[in-house]
Structures are given as structure tokens and as C-alpha cells.
Design a protein around this ligand. Structure first.
Ligand SMILES: [Fe+2]
Ligand SMILES: [Fe+2]
Length: 159
């Protein structure tokens, strides 16, 4: 089994995704589910190819799939989901066979996936950008109520 499959089938990953779904049952805005993780991964990987960035596909997919696993915790006790997500990811990454250098890189990007500062890492930065532009705002019925959506700033389709 490859490392991505190990993440997707990890009992903790499955549990966190379920917790996100439960917490977002009545949410009218974007959900933080597996589909979102895959969308972010694909856009981030396209960015890496277009900008010829030296980051492995598996690292980009891993960081993207795990970046919102702590969202349920933010609904529960207000903890920043990026920070707690980076903590929760460690056990999954160790079990999936990532080494300490890779874990540091991925967890740092998860922690900074809401950080737009130029000082963010390359992985953190493409995670930040792809997280935003991968959202299908053009088909969202709640976009006029969404604080993140600005009609004049969001092109119809990015990719
Ligand atoms: Fe997030
Ligand atoms: Fe996200």
C-alpha cells in the first residue's frame, strides 16, 4: 500500500473526516471533506508543475489531504484548526511511513495553510493559494453570504 493510501485508510484520518462532516451537517458554506482535500491537492500540484517547484507530488497530496483534519476541533472549542491539524497529522504521518524531515515540512505547511505572508514556506504558500482557489464559488448558493467570497475578486473558474 502506498503512503497516500495509508493516510486515506488510517482510522484516525477517517475519524477526523467523519467528525468534520458531523460538525458541518447544517453548514451552508464550504465543507472540509475528502473532496476538498483532493481538490486542494490537484490545484496545488498544478501550481507546482506550472511554477516548476521542487516539491514531490506525494508531499503535496499528503499536506493537502491532511490540512483541514482539525476543523471539527475548531467548531468544538475554538482552537485554530491549522494548529491542531498539524498536531493531529503527526501520528498519521508516522504510521504512513513518512520520515521526520517530511513530517516537519508537511506539518509546517498545515500549520501555515491560512498564512498569506511571503515568509511562508513554498509548500505552505501553495497550500494557502490552492485552498482558496479550488473552491467552486461559481456554483455555490451561499456565496452572497460568504465573507470569503468577493464577487469582483473571484474569477468564474481558475482551473
Ligand atoms: Fe483550513
Ligand atoms: Fe481547506
Amino acid at each position: 500500500m502506498n503512503r497516500i493510501s495509508k493516510i486515506l485508510t488510517h482510522h484516525k484520518y477517517i475519524d477526523y473526516i467523519k467528525k468534520n462532516a458531523q460538525a458541518e451537517t447544517n453548514r451552508i458554506f464550504c465543507h472540509h471533506d475528502l473532496t476538498h482535500g483532493i481538490d486542494v491537492a490537484r490545484v496545488a500540484y498544478i501550481m507546482a508543475l506550472e511554477e516548476t517547484l521542487e516539491i514531490k507530488k506525494g508531499i503535496i497530496y499528503t499536506a493537502s489531504l491532511l490540512h483541514d483534519i482539525g476543523r471539527w476541533k475548531e467548531y468544538e472549542d475554538g482552537i485554530d484548526h491549522a494548529l491542531i491539524g498539524a498536531e493531529l497529522a503527526v501520528e498519521i504521518l508516522v504510521d504512513a511511513g513518512f520520515n521526520s524531515e517530511e513530517i516537519l515540512l508537511i506539518c509546517n505547511a498545515i500549520k501555515n495553510h491560512r498564512n498569506s505572508a511571503p515568509s511562508n514556506s513554498i509548500l505552505g504558500s501553495i497550500l494557502y493559494k490552492s485552498d482558496k482557489i479550488s473552491r467552486p464559488c461559481h456554483t455555490c448558493n451561499a456565496r452572497n453570504k460568504c465573507k470569503r467570497f468577493k464577487e469582483d475578486e473571484k474569477p468564474i473558474l481558475y482551473y
